[in-house]
Design a protein around this ligand. Sequence first.
Ligand code: ADP
Length: 483
Amino acid sequence: MTLSVLSVASEAFPLIKTGGLADVVGALPAALAPHDIAVTTLIPGFPKVMRAIGDAPRVHHWPHIIGTDAWLRAARIGEHRLLVLDAPHLYAREGLPYVDSDGHDWHDNWRRFAVLARAGADLTSGAVPGFDFDLLHAHDWQAALAPAFLHYAPGPGPVARSIVTIHNIAFQGSFAAHHFADLGLPPRAWSIDGVEYYGQIGYLKAGLRTADAITTVSPTYAEEIHRPQYGMGLEGLIAQRAACVSGIVNGIDPAIWNPGADTALAAPFTVDTLDDRIANKRAVEALFGLEQDDRPIFTVISRLTWQKGMDVLVEVIDDLVAMGGRLVVLGSGDPALEIAFAAAALRHPGRVAARIGYDEPVSHLLQGGCDAILIPSRFEPCGLTQLYGLAYGCVPVVARTGGLADTIIDANEAALTTGVATGLQFDDVTPDTIVAALRRAMRLHAGQDRWRIIQVNGMNADYSWRQSGRHYAELYRSVLGYS
Ligand code: ADP
């Protein structure tokens, strides 16, 4: 029997993306199609989304939804079925989806994402004629009120089941209590067992409390969020609901991330033509004005934030250069870190380059041309850049946490001897641990054969959506009581 799932999220690649969430939401429909599961994605009509869907037909109108009105448009981008909330007064703002040009959260984010969640709940609860879904899959805080709306839906009728996926528990969507009256939830929802969270409305908390199942994006992160260090205040609730918490590692989409057919590369290559990769290294050197040599180029492709350990990495750039390495940084985020990386590039012309900004094609070239990708995250729910690194022969050098711990096999002696190593891991994110990992990487790279084996192992590792799609399919069916 075909199951129909409404995936509710604030981002979906290629329409709108600020991070890994978009990649996952964009990939889920194709990953689940082989399992006879039809996924439709509901997203807000941000300007980029509206431009992509053109004059897609309006299929529903909410005259009053969380104190405002919104249209629903149905579109298809390739095989991806989309439902788009067309509400210009909420979403037609250029730039990033969540913050204004000064980097401040939009004042009405509580409403913008309550509308998204409410629409998702309406579409799955039978409140919108012509729409019928078996399951609602809400992603992150922006969609996490949807299970709460379903849970508190009036009437005795059966409503769809729901799942919340935590892509990052650090972002929780907490809003002032006085907005509760506008959400249209019954008074009993204002409780510790409902949406109330330390005197505020907690969107993610509400979803975690009311969804039928909770997933996060790696088994290790699913364990870590039981602890205060990672749970960010929600560890108690996670522990209470432990029986329905699981972790499914994200996959990568081979239609987008395939070094053998990647038009962003100077020279496509496969595991059998790895020697061709050098042309991409030369292209990176040329693009970023680096001196040409055969020692490793490290790259960083990341939000420049504390979570990603970027403040620590900045401290060791001089060491990296002193040991003969080069570094290319592509990223944006914390202004102080942006300045620090730009300053490091000025200090080390030809050895360090920083491009502050977001550039999808350049990120592909860096994965295909640099020797190693540095990911010193303090926590990392799943992480995608290490998976792209594996696929592109760009050896991941990662902190041992969350999905990084689950997806990289450290090149210790045992793993090298048995031929299973795919990258380098280190514990704790400190200047000393990063420098030690860099030294280890430099040594391994100097022994070309060993480095080549690590690259080949990574390229042969299967982190496609095949595995993850199967896990989601099993979870959906079990939540619906079919297994
Ligand atoms: P997170 O979602 O926490 O930011 P992930 O590693 O899960 O981290 O996903 C980050 C995604 O965003 C990857 O697809 C990565 O390639 C991409 N990305 C991050 N920064 C940039 C950038 N500056 N330019 C292009 N792509 C980027």
